[in-house]
Design a protein around this ligand. Structure first.
Ligand code: CO8
Length: 259
């Protein structure tokens, strides 16, 4: 029933969301975000799903927030309706791992959406950038913060202030992308395979793993290590820790309870 995205489950335990506004290079309009958030929540709640992948087309992951929608927006309307709020759903409410498989343009809000994912994969020829400066504005969905955390202040500042693009190959060299692929097809397949692998593990441990790594972005090292220790200790209360360690000792494959 979605108009702007497609969803499928192409591998066991994996939910795939494909952005699908080809005529607008997957520009991220408000209606698209309503659908994306709905699909993310449904997969997040679905016990058969262990991880998700967001992708676009070979030409565009997403060419940004929908400029035509924002063109006439006023400060008061943006402020009172909290215009950007729906964009936070992925990073604040989704607890299962999300991968982005980026091919073609990932500009502005498209780059920001890709960076909200827990793991970013791309093809060598993907085109990333934060070109908002050319529109008389700045990144508004976390781009300045996540890009800086991923590639360092020097490069991020240069990119945000010049609006210059960078390639998928550079994203890999700079540590923004975890893996870089030759073709779009390989990129999506690679993301699906990783998602499938993650989906085979204990949901409890995977959720905890995502949580502790993400906390490292907000906390200092000392507090982060303390947080990790608390979560690590807490996992001795899970059934899956007993199952996993018993299976190792007995040289068997663990059958996770997800409890
Ligand atoms: N918004 C709306 N429509 C878009 C967008 C966009 N971001 N990008 C492309 N389109 C549309 C074009 O208008 C065009 O439509 P039409 O056929 O009706 O004229 C169609 O998609 C195809 O695009 P082009 O003809 O321009 O295709 P080209 O291959 O010539 O160029 C580019 C591709 C280089 C990607 C070019 O389309 C472009 O520069 N797009 C805009 C990139 C950009 O500036 N993105 C940043 C947008 S601002 C932003 O994302 C701010 C995020 C902050 C948070 C937002 C909160 C809501």
């Amino acid at each position: 029933s979605y108009q702007n995205i497609k969803i499928s489950t192409p591998k066991p335990g994996v939910g795939l969301i494909t952005l699908n506004r080809p005529k607008a290079l997957n520009a991220l309009s408000s209606p698209l975000f309503v659908e994306l958030n709905d699909a993310l929540s449904k997969f997040d709640k679905d016990a058969s799903i262990g991880a998700m992948v967001i992708t676009g087309s070979e030409r565009a992951f997403a060419a940004g927030a929908d400029i035509k929608e924002m063109q006439s927006l006023t400060f008061s309307a943006a402020y009172t309706t909290d215009f950007i709020a729906p964009w936070s759903h992925l990073s604040t409410s989704i607890t299962k791992p999300v991968l982005s498989a980026v091919n073609g343009y990932a500009l502005g809000g498209g780059c920001e959406l890709a960076m909200m994912a827990d793991i970013l994969y791309c093809s060598r020829t993907a085109v990333f950038g934060q070109p908002e400066i050319k529109l008389g504005t700045i990144p508004g969905a976390g781009g300045s913060q996540r890009l800086t955390a991923a590639i360092g202040k020097a490069r991020a500042m240069e990119l945000v202030l010049t609006g210059e693009n960078f390639s998928g190959a550079q994203a890999g060299e700079w540590g923004l992308a975890a893996k870089v692929f030759e073709t779009a097809e390989e990129c999506v397949e690679g993301a699906l395979k990783t998602a499938e692998k993650i989906a085979t593990y204990s949901r409890v441990a995977v959720k905890a793993g995502k949580e502790v790594v993400n906390k490292s972005q907000d906390l200092g090292v000392r507090e982060g290590v303390e947080f990790e220790r608390r979560v690590f200790h807490a996992l001795f209360g899970s059934r899956d820790q007993k199952i996993g360690m018993a299976a190792f000792a007995e040289k068997k494959k663990p059958e996770w309870s997800h409890e």
